[in-house]
Design a protein around this ligand. Structure first.
Ligand code: ADP
Ligand code: MG
Length: 310
């Protein structure tokens, strides 16, 4: 008997072979989130995408420092009061991870730099360099050691004026969480792009991986580099789109919490990692100076980094 027949039949009924490509875009977290995946039923696909976007929206209402009532804004408001605040699972997870990255990067990445980042955001809007004394006082409120993690998910911000800013990590986490939602809804071949923080699950049907194009500098010019990835995440950080030009220097929206200054090194950092939260945070951390000792740690975690300089 010919043994190919049942295999062919099986292949014909395999869901990925009947899959169509679906694409959805929605604005969230100050950027555009794009979800692309393969599924066999349109109604199921639309429903899965809707729940994924709902999860991103839920996380935005936890992490945004633009929303006065967000969990992060409410926590920041308790800085220096001696209160221990019990936080939800999402905030606990991202905060504990951020504290580890802060330690490993020697404070190059630090979510307590919110007073500084707010001051720089204002400078960007006004196209004016921030006042030295404002930066000096904001700098005093930053530092990952000013966060105390207690048992039962309780957080204490030790210093008055400390403001948390998860802008360098929350989008990556939201991408990971949206991907988990898709998986729970039976979608295994997907790509989610949260404005440059990208995660992919299994490859599209018949393809070796997802083709992801990232910005890089080549010979001083802005160019692109292709990555073919599956079950990985990639993030880029740099000064390409958001910066302040002042007296011949270009200051990035990424700041060094230890000096209070916008980063001036002209580079794009690309990080490929197991999770998008890792890729996002480390792309931001390595845009600042994180010390050479960190690369061994990154290798151990399966995180690959490339720099392209202007
Ligand atoms: P993008 O938002 O362009 O994807 P990033 O992921 O690098 O870029 O995040 C930059 C944001 O992170 C800034 O806008 C600011 O809110 C915050 N941030 C800036 N510098 C730091 C830093 N050293 N550590 C942690 N977060 C930072
Ligand atoms: Mg980042």
């Amino acid at each position: 008997m010919n043994s190919c027949f049942p295999i062919l039949l099986l292949l014909l009924f395999h869901p990925t072979l009947r899959a169509q490509r679906f694409e959805y875009v929605e604005p969230h977290m100050g950027t555009e989130f794009r979800i692309v995946f393969y599924a066999s039923d349109e109604a199921d696909a639309n429903a899965a995408a809707a729940v994924a976007f709902q999860r991103i929206d839920e996380l935005e209402h936890i992490f945004s420092d633009y929303i006065g009532e967000s969990e992060v804004s409410r926590l920041s408001a308790t800085a220096g009061t001696g209160q221990k605040v019990a936080v939800g699972d999402d905030l606990w997870k991202v905060l504990t991870f951020s504290q580890k990255v802060a330690k490993k990067s020697k404070g190059a990445f630090d979510v307590t730099a919110g007073a500084l980042t707010k001051r720089w955001r204002q400078a960007f809007r006004q196209k004016k360099f921030p006042q030295a004394q404002d930066l000096e006082s904001a700098k005093k409120t930053a530092g990952f050691k000013k966060v105390k993690l207690h048992k039962n998910h309780q957080v204490e911000l030790l210093k008055t004026g400390t403001q948390l800013d998860f802008g360098g990590v929350a989008k990556g986490y939201a991408v990971d969480e949206a991907m988990n939602v898709l998986k729970k809804n039976g979608i295994s071949a997907a790509m989610i792009d949260g404005g440059g923080d990208i995660a992919v699950s299994d490859a599209p049907p018949g393809e070796p991986g997802w083709a992801i194009e990232c910005s890089v500098y080549k010979a001083g010019e802005l160019d692109t580099r292709m990555f073919f990835l599956r079950n990985r995440a990639v993030a880029t950080s740099g000064d390409t789109y958001r910066y302040l030009e002042w007296e011949g220097k270009r200051y990035s929206h990424i700041i060094d919490p230890r000096t209070g200054m916008g980063v001036t090194s002209r580079q794009i950092v690309t990080v490929v990692a197991p999770t998008c939260m890792q890729a996002d945070a480390w792309a931001t951390a390595l845009s600042v100076e994180a010390g050479t000792g960190v690369f061994r740690h990154l290798k151990k975690k399966g995180i690959e980094v490339s720099f392209s300089r202007y």
